[in-house]
Design a protein around this ligand. Sequence first.
Ligand SMILES: NC(=O)c1ccc[n+]([C@@H]2O[C@H](COP(=O)([O-])OP(=O)(O)OC[C@H]3O[C@@H](n4cnc5c(N)ncnc54)[C@H](OP(=O)(O)O)[C@@H]3O)[C@@H](O)[C@H]2O)c1
Length: 373
Amino acid sequence: MASRSLTRAIRSPLARQFVSPAAQRRTIVSTFFPGVRTTIAASAKVAVAGPARQTRGLKTIDFAGTKEEVYEREDWPREKLLDYFKDDTLALIGYGSQGHGQGLNLRDNGLNVIIGVRKNGASWKEAQEDGWVPGTNLFEVDEAIKRGTIVMNLLNLTNVDVPKDIDVILVAPKGSGRTVRSLFREGRGINSSIAVLQDVTGKAEEKAVALGVAVGSGYLYKTTFEKEVFSDLYGERGCLMGGIHGMFLAQYEVLRERGHSPSEAFNETVEEATQSLYPLIGANGMDWMYAACSTTARRGAIDWGAKFKDALKPVFNELYDSVKDGTETKRALDYNSQPDYREKYEGEMQDIRDLEIWRAGKAVRALRPENQK
Ligand SMILES: NC(=O)c1ccc[n+]([C@@H]2O[C@H](COP(=O)([O-])OP(=O)(O)OC[C@H]3O[C@@H](n4cnc5c(N)ncnc54)[C@H](OP(=O)(O)O)[C@@H]3O)[C@@H](O)[C@H]2O)c1
């Protein structure tokens, strides 16, 4: 357990920030370790046997000609994690999608986890539905921070003013918290990035790896706080969500405007992509998917892929600039700081739900044989 002075040191700046998140900066997972904690330093020594053991877990992998170092979870079996964190209370602050996935995975791994959220907010209710008990392992933010030896910031964009005498690390799963959870339950793992901002104990990176494995990661690659923020904001606005939605809409609308039925337009735009072709890319790569399709499809895809890339690259550069100069951060902070931000998002989700393409999609999904009663 953290010393009282340390707990106070952590609590004050964070609490101030949570009350008034005006000048926030995005932190994915900030994990705070006290420099004064001899207990974990000792247990880490036993469990990890010094830097040599840590080096053994670090592998150099050739990613298409560029060598990168990665950590794999095989070096952190459950027993070792339990020993490593045996004196810790992991305080997860925030219980949105990531809090749900990471919190339940940590709990299932047998670690001592508590949740800190606003009382009676949406997250408080969701946490209770997931079995977290008020006063036992569900607390208000300040109380959870006070009790935690490791404080994990799982809020949306936040700027945390941290003391200089603690480790500050980042663990960022590469996917929605729902996937963090579902892959864990399937015995699989999500890839995550790790980074170190402050290393007071000399063990910050090791702790990031251990925590990354504990929340359900498969392998972990190293980044910096800045690179993680830039790539994450860029990716979700681009191919992962915004870009792909824009492309689906554009293709669907043209088909509909040229006389194709909703069923045909949806099947040729979304259903075939998600049910047939994208899983092939995921399993075996783009070349394999191309090769699995007709030569007619292949000819056109190769030609038009180049045209789409040329058309879209300026948009991606504009997006990266907007991330880099802080415009995207400011936009998200301003929006998410409104007291009614969840209601406003719900309005926008309803607008998407009401689009013909997604209403047609609902009907198409219902017709899948596995969804027929
Ligand atoms: N790198 C990646 O691949 C990746 C992937 C997913 C997520 N992330 C990042 O991880 C973080 C968490 O993501 P998420 O998907 O779990 O977010 P989320 O679903 O939006 O959840 C946000 C949480 O923050 C709480 N919160 C927001 N404003 C607050 C305030 N002023 N005071 C106290 N609590 C507040 C919310 O509580 P209420 O219910 O009370 O509002 C909720 O529990 C985000 O920064 C996200 O960008 C990264």
